[in-house]
Design a protein around this ligand. Structure first.
Ligand code: URA
Length: 187
């Protein structure tokens, strides 16, 4: 899938200054998938998602919640938007089949959506992140055949600017960790 993404020419971001495709890091059989917005400058330089300052905060939080080695991390778009702007819904839509393919391959038990641009795009909802965060939704594949519980939360870049909001993000992560370890009830 990483090779297919790198060879894909359909996303306009690819020719707007990005150095390389940035797909994922973390185990391919992880029980948790973390989906961010899109690569920034550090990610573009290193070819891995969430390796800059925001990513380091994300890692510290995942580690503190016992989730770090259990997360497959990716984004809604795979090329850095110029000037780190938010990816547009069109750019996200073009990349969405690859995100869906990643979910069907990894088969995570739960999905964490970080930031409003990720939550809105993955859940097809219009509310702001402060209203979406901390509530469970179902992510559904285009054909409706696959459903995975998804939890929107605050973006670590936002937490770096608004440290007082870390408490809310921490509550979300604890809720996620608790559900991840809860035995699945038979249907
Ligand atoms: N912000 C994101 O949303 N994704 C990254 O990979 C890095 C920063």
């Amino acid at each position: 899938l990483a090779a297919a993404i790198a060879a894909f020419d359909g996303c306009p971001l690819k020719t707007q200054g990005a150095k390389q495709a940035v797909f994922s890091r973390g185990p391919g059989d992880a029980p948790l998938m973390v989906i961010g917005e899109g690569p920034g400058a550090d990610e573009d330089a290193r070819g891995q998602p969430f390796v800059g300052r925001a990513g380091q905060l994300l890692d510290r939080m995942l580690k503190a919640a016992g989730l770090q080695e259990r997360a497959f991390i990716t984004n809604t778009v795979f090329w850095r938007p110029p000037g780190n702007r938010t990816p547009t819904p069109q750019e996200q839509a073009v990349c969405a089949p690859f995100v869906e393919r990643a979910i069907t391959l990894v088969k995570p038990k739960l999905i964490l959506l970080v930031g409003g641009a990720s939550a809105k795009s993955m859940l097809k909802r219009e509310e702001g992140i402060l209203s979406l965060r901390g509530r469970w939704f179902e992510w559904r594949s285009e054909d409706g055949a696959i459903e995975v519980p998804a939890l929107p939360s605050l973006h670590p870049a936002f937490l770096l600017r608004q440290p007082a909001a870390k408490k809310k993000a921490w509550q979300d992560l604890l809720m996620l960790a608790e559900r991840l370890d809860r035995p699945e009830r038979p249907h």
